[in-house]
Design a binder for this molecule. Structure first.
Ligand SMILES: Cc1cc2nc3c(=O)[nH]c(=O)nc-3n(C[C@H](O)[C@H](O)[C@H](O)COP(=O)(O)O)c2cc1C
Length: 186
């Protein structure tokens, strides 16, 4: 029998005290809730609250995920950067959709942001490139800054009794709508 079964079940889970999420009191635009939660995550002191998993879709339809750093958030969406020739760069070139998944464990919060990805242009990419620790004075024509413009966002606030509270935002023709998903959460 695997040695992991008992060890994994014995691991500590959520913190004893966590914030609450009132689905009746969320803002109209999901990015307003996202930035409020990002502020909380930065304030919580947890390491790399700017890290998230980005999933893209390959030609065979299979998803691929990797950790990235979110560089900015504005009306265009979540900004992130990488090499155009990377696997993610090639996949985004062919199929410019992605999902970003944040997990802020000290707050028991998860946010899923899905939508369309756009290239923010060479000037923005090089400005980002110059701020990287590895920058050695040369531009990098392969570097890209993208924005993930959301069409669907799901916010989850964990609770100790595992009755996690979720709010799903969907963008339709008339703007954003939100509701509590009815499918099981955990
Ligand atoms: C905490 C963390 C942050 C990272 N941030 C970035 C990033 O902002 N940009 C990037 O290109 N790779 C970043 N990486 C590396 C990626 O996870 C990944 O390995 C790399 O980009 C190649 O991915 P791909 O082959 O799927 O395109 C980061 C890795 C870690 C662990």
């Amino acid at each position: 029998m695997s040695q992991y079964r008992e060890r994994l079940r014995a691991l500590p889970t959520f913190p004893e005290t966590m914030p609450t999420l009132d689905p009746e009191a969320v803002p109209t635009h999901p990015l307003d809730l996202f930035t409020a939660w990002l502020d909380d995550a930065i304030g919580s002191g947890e390491r790399q609250p700017n890290a998230f998993a980005l999933s893209t879709i390959g030609d065979d339809g299979a998803p691929a995920s990797r950790t990235l750093i979110v560089k900015d958030v504005d009306e265009r969406g979540l900004h992130f950067s990488s090499n155009r020739s990377s696997r993610k760069g090639q996949e985004l070139e062919r199929n410019p959709v992605a999902t970003a998944l944040f997990f802020w464990r000290e707050l028991g919060r998860q946010v899923e942001v899905s939508g369309f990805v756009t290239d923010l242009g060479a000037d923005a990419a090089q400005a980002d490139w110059r701020e990287r620790p590895s920058y050695a004075g040369e531009p990098n024509p392969d570097w890209v800054l993208w924005a993930l413009e959301p069409t669907r966002c799901v916010f989850l606030q964990a609770t100790l009794d595992r009755k996690h509270v979720r709010v799903e935002y969907l963008r339709g023709g008339d703007g954003w709508e939100h509701r509590q998903p009815t499918t099981p959460a955990g």
